[in-house]
Design a protein around this ligand. Structure first.
Ligand code: SF4
Length: 244
């Protein structure tokens, strides 16, 4: 089990610093007005991106197709074209179509309203039944945003930031669900949606894939990766041959 106290301190500090750095114009905990099925589809757009990018893609899908049935019977290519410029539009399109197909085959409708009535655990188990269209991120997303439960959805960019901050130990996760449990232990429920939004923005703007922009990061004093990155930079500069 990782050192929760250190994680807690790091996450609390990171949350406060990122909140200052990236002021949010709306409350992420606000009701989205989306149904459970729509929130699962939105999660397929949101995973690995920011709210801004996911909103744009989701709105495009709503405008481009008459209804969810039309999305279901469309090709992966057709849906992917609408999702662009999101990264991996084909994989997202495949997931959305698979979800709609599985729900339709089971129910002959697109209404998942009844599965939220039996408690969070049962609902999560039932959502996982649509396994080609639903992953751990999507289940956690629906729990956090639609069902009023406590879950912190973890996607690639979030794990990258948490790993660099030393909050996720090397070798983790044994299971994404298990790792999520340990993060949820230190992020209070009321802060979950805001934390998710801030980490996504940070992953896109500064803590990017490849070389992070640590010099501009408000977490650089406490972040072990940031310290390494910044310590290496002057050494690299010194070892470069001087221009003649
Ligand atoms: S200091 Fe660098 S590695 Fe650490 S969180 Fe900031 S951008 Fe990411």
């Amino acid at each position: 089990m990782p050192a929760i106290t250190n994680k807690q301190q790091m996450l609390t500090q990171a949350h406060a610093a990122l909140k200052k750095k990236y002021p949010l114009d709306t409350d992420p905990a606000e009701e989205s007005g989306r149904s459970v099925l729509e929130e699962l589809i939105y999660a397929a757009c949101r995973e690995g991106t920011t709210r801004e990018d996911a909103d744009r893609a989701y709105t495009s899908v709503r405008k481009a197709f008459i209804d969810w049935n039309e999305v279901r019977v469309s090709t992966v290519q057709e849906v992917a074209d609408v999702l662009r410029p999101l990264p991996q539009p084909g994989a997202r399109a495949k997931r959305i179509i698979a979800l709609l197909q599985a729900v339709f085959e089971e129910r002959y409708s697109y209404d998942l309203g009844d599965i939220v009535k039996k408690g969070l655990k049962d609902t999560a188990r039932k959502l996982r039944f649509y396994k080609e269209g639903v992953n751990d991120f999507a289940v956690a997303w629906v729990i956090q945003r639609t069902l009023g439960g406590h879950a912190v959805p973890l996607d690639g960019p979030t794990l990258r930031v948490l790993g660099r901050l030393g909050v996720v130990d090397p070798g983790e996760p044994d299971s994404l669900e298990g790792l999520r449990g340990s993060i949820e232990h230190v992020i209070p429920k009321a802060r979950g949606p805001e934390f998710t939004e801030l980490i996504s923005i940070h992953a896109k703007q500064l803590c990017v894939d490849g070389t992070p922009h640590c010099a501009a990061c408000p977490l650089k004093t406490d972040c072990p990766t940031g310290q390494d990155v910044l310590a290496k930079k002057p050494a690299e500069a010194k070892s470069r041959p001087k221009p003649r």
